[in-house]
Design a binder for this molecule. Structure first.
Ligand SMILES: C[S@@+](CC[C@H](N)C(=O)[O-])C[C@H]1O[C@@H](n2cnc3c(N)ncnc32)[C@H](O)[C@@H]1O
Length: 318
């Protein structure tokens, strides 16, 4: 595969010296840093009720290519699941026998646990019967949740009415929202209830764990039939730290430890990170391959995100 072909769509590297050379080349030449064709997220089934900061809807077509290029995994594991669009896609499209989703944030966890339990229908009804206004949102969120499912509902309400879906401290309710509709601008009750009811159909294929993603990686690292998507909070390096802190309640992570544990994974592995020098260095230290994939951010600007894995051969066919 020649450089031209590779650079036409995705920039992608193999051996370490070659890596370094190509990284430099990417910085020096406009040819290789041309943006690759970008996924149109509107064409991807929206299966998650979350609008998640750092959500990976744009990665879904790449995940399909990746998982279809290997033996069907027995377990697909997402140790930092957030809004879960990739895990849900894997479950719905039967790309793996089982899915394990892991999340440390207790509010996010409460929503997933509610959706994946017998409280699924309660939640759908709660959404449909909620009469949304500035006052009702304020009153609801001023009440301490008495049960896990109440916390789950409040998480969804915050996620759909706060700026950018951000749940981290410092976030707050949309004042004007889209078309001056304020809190209503992202609260599509029918759609949300439908997505939640649809997830009930595949819930037998999903296990949710509230806890530390790195611990779960350690537990399953030796399984050759597992596939991991690792999408941690992007808090490596100074810039990353600032961005991650704004977006997530749990933004602190021992990235070196994450890379050390990821290196031990015997099954399939794909990691995504921001395209930062500190991250590339960590990946190189552990002998990973790295590549860049173009995506469009929420402001419709094309950006490049780093993908990391033991073998990114599948990415050359994208
Ligand atoms: C980049 S986001 C994941 C986004 C997700 N891939 C999506 O499409 O919505 C990272 C997530 O990791 C969670 N997190 C942070 N530290 C964690 C840890 N130690 N274990 C598990 N989850 C953690 C954050 O709360 C956040 O939801």
């Amino acid at each position: 595969m020649g450089l031209k072909k590779r650079t036409k769509r995705h920039f992608f590297q193999r051996s370490k010296p070659y890596n370094r050379f190509m990284n430099q080349l990417a910085l020096w030449t406009s040819e290789v840093s041309l943006p690759a064709p970008v996924v149109n997220v509107a064409q991807i089934p929206q299966r998650s009720p979350f609008r998640y900061p750092g959500g990976k809807t744009w990665l879904v077509p790449h995940i399909r290519v990746w998982l279809n290029s290997v033996k069907k995994p027995r377990t697909f594991i997402e140790p930092f699941v957030g809004g879960g669009i990739v895990s849900l896609t894997v479950a719905f499209e039967n790309l793996s026998d089982h899915v394990i989703m892991v999340e440390l944030d207790k509010e996010v966890a409460a929503l997933w646990q509610t959706i994946l339990s017998d409280d699924n229908e309660w939640l759908a009804e709660r959404i449909l019967s909620f009469d949304i206004s500035n006052e009702t949102v304020r009153d609801e969120l001023a009440t301490a949740p008495a049960t896990r499912r109440d916390m789950g509902f409040q998480t969804l309400l915050k996620n759909r009415t706060y700026h950018g879906g951000i749940l981290a401290p410092g976030s707050g309710v949309l004042k004007y929202g889209e078309n001056g509709k304020g809190v209503k601008s992202r609260w599509y009750a029918q759609t949300l209830a439908k997505r939640i009811r649809n997830i009930a159909h595949v819930r037998d294929r999903i296990t949710f764990i509230e806890g530390d993603g790195i611990k779960v990686i350690k537990k399953y690292a030796a399984q050759k039939t597992a596939a991991f998507l690792i999408d941690p909070p992007y808090t490596a390096g100074k810039n990353g730290k600032r961005a991650g802190k704004r977006l997530y309640t749990h933004f602190e992570l021992d990235h070196d430890e994450l890379f050390r544990q990821a290196e031990k994974i015997k099954g399939q592995l794909l990691m995504t990170y921001d395209n930062a020098d500190e991250v590339k260095e960590m990946a190189e230290r552990q002998g990973f391959e790295t590549g860049l994939i173009s995506m469009m951010n929420t402001h419709h600007a094309t950006m490049q995100e780093l993908i990391i894995g033991h073998d990114l051969g599948w990415a050359s066919s994208l």
